[in-house]
Design a protein around this ligand. Structure first.
Ligand SMILES: [Fe+2]
Ligand SMILES: [Fe+2]
Length: 204
């Protein structure tokens, strides 16, 4: 499966993480604020319970579920189901990659120093996924190549997620220069502003 990734030189670092356990960020704003008083060094040393990587892993889990649902879509409603699943997965991925590229990756790259090329490789992988998402956005289920493109997208993402969760995130949690509480809060805010229903909330 790794052989299907374009010649990005992407190593196995960033793809193992999009799909592990989700610890959806359910803390209230005030709870998060009070949590910030705790040492971020402590948070960074925990395994997957910091707000930043937990938010990303929750997204990974959600998208992986959609990939599974796509594979099970059969029968008379299959085309309708596939259209819904692909639209939702692509929407989730667009938001997720923006959060990573605008907030998480730049902060991590700066803190990683000489290991910052992990982030460059992740960006190359994102670019490949974005190409497939753009192609799928102008297609309908039943069209030639629709299923193949989504299947390959799911394979790219699964690989990318494994690297993130198994190699990048553990490194990130050990970076004392990063405050993952603050980072997680910024990421949560951007996610809310980009979510499809955020306009409804803002209107009140
Ligand atoms: Fe990710
Ligand atoms: Fe990523």
């Amino acid at each position: 499966m790794q052989g299907r990734i374009p010649s990005t030189g992407v190593t196995s670092n960033l793809r193992r993480s999009m799909m592990t356990t989700s610890h959806t960020h359910t803390q209230s704003g005030s709870a998060r604020k009070s949590a910030k008083t705790a040492s971020h060094t402590k948070a960074n040393s925990s395994k997957g319970h910091d707000p930043a990587t937990s938010l990303l892993m929750a997204d990974h889990t959600k998208v992986k579920k959609l990939f599974k649902q796509f594979g099970k879509s059969k029968g008379k409603d299959a085309l309708e189901d596939k259209a819904r699943i692909v639209e939702q997965a692509c929407s989730e991925l667009r938001i997720h990659t923006r959060i990573e590229e605008e907030i998480f990756y730049p902060a991590v790259k700066a803190a990683l120093g000489k290991d910052g090329d992990m982030i460059d490789e992740a960006l190359v992988e994102h670019a490949s996924c974005k190409d497939l998402i753009a192609q799928l956005s102008v297609m309908k289920p039943g069209e030639e190549m629709f299923d193949s493109r989504f299947t390959v997208l799911s394979e790219f993402i699964e690989h990318h997620v494994k690297e993130e969760e198994n190699e990048l995130f553990p490194k990130v949690r050990r970076l004392k220069a990063l405050n993952l509480e603050d980072l997680g809060e910024q990421m949560q805010q951007l996610k809310q502003s980009l979510s499809p229903d955020s306009e409804v909330v803002d209107a009140h």
